[in-house]
Write a new protein. Structure first.
Length: 129
């Protein structure tokens, strides 16, 4: 995702540079180039908005994600798979907070993968020792 954002910034920069440099073309050619840059930027923006909407978690997903992030940030948390394993261990031993346990059991397989995806993105962007 960050690569696409970087690419968008690059395209925006190239568009701005193209207007600051004499292109030696007719106004029709310069306008055509500007429309191409605008089309690319608009396409990227539409795609980013769709991806953002797809990453919106429901309440149950957010409860599970918040628990995973809190455990990962605790003194006991260390590795992402350990956080997931520990949650499953607590569920198996019936020791997990009921609100989190019920939220987990209401998730579909697809929703679980979405939680894992957001957890991974959070972890990759989060400072670790």
């Amino acid at each position: 995702m960050s690569n696409l954002i970087d690419f968008r910034e690059y395209i925006e920069e190239q568009k701005n540079l193209s207007f600051g440099v004499e292109l030696g073309g007719t106004p029709a050619i310069v306008g055509s180039v500007a429309r191409e840059y605008d089309f690319i930027l608009e396409s990227i923006d539409v795609y980013l908005e769709q991806v953002k909407e797809e990453h919106t978690l429901n309440e149950n997903q957010q409860i599970v994600l918040d628990w995973l992030k809190a455990y990962a940030n605790s003194d006991d948390g260390d590795k992402p798979i350990s956080s997931i394993w520990y949650m499953m261990h607590l569920i198996g031993e019936d020791l997990l907070e009921k609100r989190v346990k019920y939220a987990y059991f209401k998730l579909t397989v697809k929703q679980q993968f979405e939680v894992l995806q957001v957890f991974a993105e959070w972890g990759l962007g989060h400072e670790r020792n």
